[in-house]
Design a protein around this ligand. Structure first.
Ligand code: SAH
Ligand code: SF4
Length: 386
């Protein structure tokens, strides 16, 4: 029979949430072991178990000593989010739907290319910024992901290829924070997760190969410049404020000039002076894809340290926008190339599994007014833009 003391202890153990070690950066892990009265090098050992060996069972961390393992198992855990489904595209792209605490679903996508594989990682369940061309934005916002849920997407991708033992760096060579959500609105958790991506004791990816994409949360970008050296992509999508404010509503708060200045400061703060910003420009037929838009963009970005990535719009249910023709994309590209820019066109990957940019929807518990508004619009065939 269990004694009353033992059952009270058991009860309080169950009530205190365990620390999920999966999401702790090296610094946070050192702090954690310091608070336990343990040596700092324990943090390094545990990071390697989790992120190099893929171990989740604390009992298997054999170089920790039995007493420490038992102590840890009482107060901590290594808990990755749960894969709900996995789809493989005919082009090799793999997409996962992942369940996070509280029931929301997010998606992440691994895109293999010659010599590299890029994982597109989500930072939030839904997004509050409501860009008019984005399926995630149309869902409204549910919540921020924890650092464990963000880095857990990298962990799960490697796990799903059974590649921890064989050297995890080869499965995910690049990470782009371009999945669901606005990473700069979940600052601390995104920074902790990106620290782990760069950390040699975890994934050891080079800072140039981890890219944060933002729609332009300027104060958070200014803060990022002080703590991070990852590559920066900015979602511009329009050459002037009037048009950008229709497509990307946060532009009304932080207009283009303020945003580009903040991007420039970010680049200037880097130790590596050769870096540039990737300007993302989603091309939408008849909206922002005309020759005049390209010409205006060429003038706007003169002297701005950048390369330009054109993304032909990917359609999704409930959107009335159209993808531009190949000719319209080429015309836009040519104007910018003639003006001396380095311009790439993002090829659509994983279209057969709805894994392309802006098609990631996951499943948000639809409680927001905005979702209701979009549902009503879809039902009555009202076209609502901006
Ligand atoms: N919130 C961040 C990162 C996620 S979106 C941001 O906005 O930058 C990642 C990229 O996909 C952004 O450049 C975004 O504008 C683009 N995108 C969103 N919806 C799209 C769609 N339907 N077609 C093509 N690109 C899209
Ligand atoms: Fe949010 Fe980015 Fe989508 Fe805009 S494009 S709604 S910022 S996820």
């Amino acid at each position: 029979m269990t004694s009353p003391i033992a059952s009270t202890a058991e009860q309080s153990r169950q009530e205190t949430p365990r620390v999920n070690l999966l999401g702790l950066s090296l610094r946070q892990m050192e702090q954690f072991f310091g608070d336990l009265g343990e040596k700092k090098f324990r943090a390094q050992q545990v990071l390697k178990w989790i992120h190099h060996a893929g171990v989740t069972d604390i009992g298997e961390m054999t170089n920790l000593g039995k007493a420490l393992r038992e102590k840890l198992a009482d107060i901590a855990e290594v808990r990755p989010p749960e894969i709900v489904s996995q789809h493989d595209s005919s082009d090799g792209t793999r997409k996962w739907a992942i369940r996070v605490d509280g029931g929301g679903l997010i998606e992440s996508v691994l895109i293999p290319e010659a010599g590299r594989a890029t994982l597109c990682v989500s930072s939030q369940v839904g997004c509050s910024l409501d860009c008019s061309f984005c399926a995630t934005g149309k869902q409204g916002f549910q919540r921020d992901l924890s650092a464990a849920e963000i880095i857990g997407q990298v962990w799960l991708a490697i796990k799903s290829y059974d590649a921890f033992q064989s050297g995890n760096g080869r499965i995910v060579t690049n990470v782009v924070m371009m999945g669901m959500g606005e990473p700069l609105l979940n600052f601390d958790n995104v920074v902790a997760a990106m620290d782990l991506m760069l950390e040699d004791l975890a994934y050891g990816i080079s800072k140039r190969r981890v890219t944060l994409s933002t729609s332009g949360v300027v104060p958070a970008l200014d803060r990022l410049a002080k703590v991070s050296e990852v590559s920066l992509a900015v979602s511009l999508h329009a050459p002037n404020d009037e048009l950008r404010s229709q497509l990307v509503p946060i532009n009304r708060k932080y207009p283009i000039a303020v945003l580009l200045e903040s991007c420039r400061n970010y680049i200037d703060a880097q130790s590596d002076k050769k870096r540039v910003v990737t300007v993302e420009y989603t091309l939408i037929a008849g909206i922002n894809d005309q020759r005049e838009h390209a010409q205006e963009l060429a003038v706007l970005l003169r002297d701005f340290p950048c390369k330009i990535n054109l993304i032909p719009f990917n359609t999704f249910e409930k959107s009335d926008y159209q993808r531009p023709s190949g000719n319209a994309v080429s015309r836009f590209w040519q104007v910018l190339v003639d003006a001396g820019y380095i311009v790439t066109v993002r090829t659509t990957r994983g279209a057969d599994i709805n894994a392309a940019c802006g098609q990631l929807v996951g499943q948000v518990v639809d409680r927001t007014r905005r979702s209701e508004r979009h549902r009503a619009a879809a039902e009555t065939q009202v076209i609502e833009v901006g």
